[in-house]
Design a protein. Structure first.
Length: 304
């Protein structure tokens, strides 16, 4: 017996975009592209699991206790004082893997939310939400994607005294994200390795000003998004990893469209004025997806 008050939960979690150009590791936004995960406690060896996956990752992710959601559920329950039960998972995945749309953060948030729900603990309580964010972000090493998937909307994330923190804001209604998603995949650890250990002071000052402007532009003045999403900290350093991505970012910006690399790439995020792209923008090799902002964040859809 596990002593868990809840035996089964179903979680709906949004993907996300991070950085938004100027806000490296600090700014994120939840997008209306979701994974649905059902988690059930079953009889079996403690810590074991069986996993069925449909959609993204169906042919590539583990289907036993090595699955990321399972590992996070077990770790979350341990943090909450419960032993690891045997689990059965069913995942319906829509968030593309390794494309810069927060698939791993979404899986982590789904696991944390499921762990809280199985323990009968309300994730929306402020103290619980802070713990949930820290558990999710600690695995990622930064909180921008995790906070967006957990809280929904537009988020500003930071780390303070060893704890990950975030605040949620509602984006301006005219913010209309379009994601240009290529077939190519990326790995965050590889692209992070392309970043320099130090940057010029002028670039750091530029980034601070534009990231501050981005908060205002995203919530109050979307007409300033082109200036607000300009970056000198990370995107061009990664050009060797995905030259087509950087070329598309530059092409969009030259056409007056606010654009940035989404997370670790190679997806490109566009935030066109009025939600419409110039007619001459027809990027080959990228699938254009209109993805409205997700305001809800992670949801416990069912709990029994």
């Amino acid at each position: 017996m596990t002593g868990l008050p809840v035996s089964a939960v179903r979680v709906k979690v949004p993907g996300s975009t991070a950085n938004l150009g100027s806000g490296f590791d600090a700014l994120g936004m939840a997008l209306s592209l979701h994974d649905n995960v059902s988690v059930r406690v079953v009889d079996g060896p403690p810590g074991s699991a069986s996993v069925q996956v449909e959609g993204e990752g169906a042919d590539s992710v583990p289907t036993d206790e090595r699955h990321l959601v399972v590992r996070v559920v077990h770790k979350t329950l341990a943090e909450l004082g419960f032993p690891a039960p045997a689990l059965r998972l069913h995942c319906e995945n829509s968030i593309p893997h390794a494309r810069g749309l927060g698939s791993s953060a979404a899986a982590t948030v789904a696991g944390v939310a499921a762990g809280f729900a199985l323990a009968g603990i309300d994730l929306r309580d402020n103290d619980n939400a802070e713990l949930a964010l820290h558990l999710a972000a600690a695995r990622e090493g930064h909180a921008d994607n995790a906070a967006a998937s957990l809280l929904g909307g537009f988020v500003v994330a930071w780390q303070e005294s060893g704890r990950f923190r975030a605040v949620r804001m509602r984006p301006h209604p005219d913010v209309s994200p379009i994601a240009f998603v290529p077939q190519a995949r990326s790995a965050t650890d590889v692209t992070r390795g392309l970043l320099p250990e130090r940057v010029p002071h002028a670039d750091a000052a530029f980034a601070a000003g534009r990231a501050a402007l981005a908060v205002h532009a995203m919530t109050r003045a979307p007409e300033l998004l082109l200036a607000a999403t300009a970056d000198r900290l990370h995107q061009d350093y990664r050009e060797s990893a995905w030259p087509d991505t950087i070329a598309l970012v530059h092409r969009l910006r030259e056409a007056g469209v606010a654009a940035a690399v989404s997370g670790a790439g190679p997806t490109v995020l566009a935030l066109p004025t009025g939600g419409e792209l110039p007619a001459e923008i027809a990027p080959n090799g990228f699938q254009a997806l209109r993805l409205p902002v997700d305001d809800a964040g992670v949801q416990i859809v069912e709990q029994v």
